[in-house]
Design a protein around this ligand. Structure first.
Ligand SMILES: N[C@@H](CCC(=O)N[C@@H](CS)C(=O)NCC(=O)O)C(=O)O
Length: 216
């Protein structure tokens, strides 16, 4: 039995849900008691972050560690390529997403309420984001996904991030031009059968969250 502490609005949760769905695994989602970071939840998951997986009494946080665990627990379909160098690249791309791209998106969340917006911050952060996506295109040319035709651990985090970019660009209108290879990657990833429904559900949760912030 797999239990995932998660919320519909969690981007790292969405990353994990895509993987669970691709593996054909059944799981139960639970909201963290009293919200993430709460004392009640920290008793279960000391870091207080979501997602966290509970399997047969074993609790593990950190989406990349959860991904590797599930990929070993349910080896088919394999979500890491066979050649050792490609496996290393898949891991590097996942870390690049989590440590270099996602934090820039998260930095915008505090700007969603109109009263908190700072035009200089929005433009400067967009320039950084542009740089990171240009770097991604240098690191790898997707074909059509990051490690080829099969969905891999490297891809799962990018789907919610593309949804965040679409939502935030709609709100702030910042200037970000994805390199052509990354734009094609976004289209291929978001249309993938294991991704499209989770992507749509996440985009909806995001729009609702933003509308509530804007309404105050
Ligand atoms: N490195 C963690 C990051 C997870 C994360 O930051 N999750 C957010 C929700 S999407 C969260 O729990 N935030 C609460 C906090 O940082 O206290 C992972 O990959 O799982």
């Amino acid at each position: 039995m797999l239990v995932l502490f998660d919320l519909a609005i969690s981007s790292y949760g969405c990353k994990t849900r895509i993987l669970l769905r691709h593996k054909g695994l059944e799981w139960t989602s639970l909201a963290p008691p009293d919200g993430y970071g709460s004392p009640a939840y920290c008793k279960i998951v000391p870091s207080g972050t979501i997602p966290a997986l509970v399997h047969d009494g074993f609790t593990i946080g950190e989406s990349d560690a959860i991904a590797e665990y599930l990929n070993e627990l349910a080896p088919e379909p394999a979500m890491l390529p066979e050649p050792i160098k490609e496996r290393a690249m898949a891991r590097a791309l996942s870390r690049f997403h989590d440590t270099r791209i996602e934090p820039l998106l998260r930095a915008y969340f505090g700007q969603v309420a109109p009263a908190n917006r700072n035009a200089d911050f929005i433009a400067e952060n967009a320039a950084l984001l542009q740089r990171r996506f240009n770097q991604l295109a240098e690191i790898r040319t997707p074909s059509p996904l990051l490690t080829g035709t099969d969905l891999s651990l490297a891809d799962c985090g990018f789907a919610p991030s593309f949804a965040i970019i679409r939502c935030l660009q709609g709100l702030f209108g910042f200037n970000l031009i994805l390199p052509a290879s990354i734009k094609a990657y976004e289209a291929a990833l978001c249309a993938h059968p294991s991704v499209c429904d989770e992507y749509a559900a996440y985009a909806k949760a995001l729009d609702e969250w933003a509308a509530a912030k804007i309404a105050g």
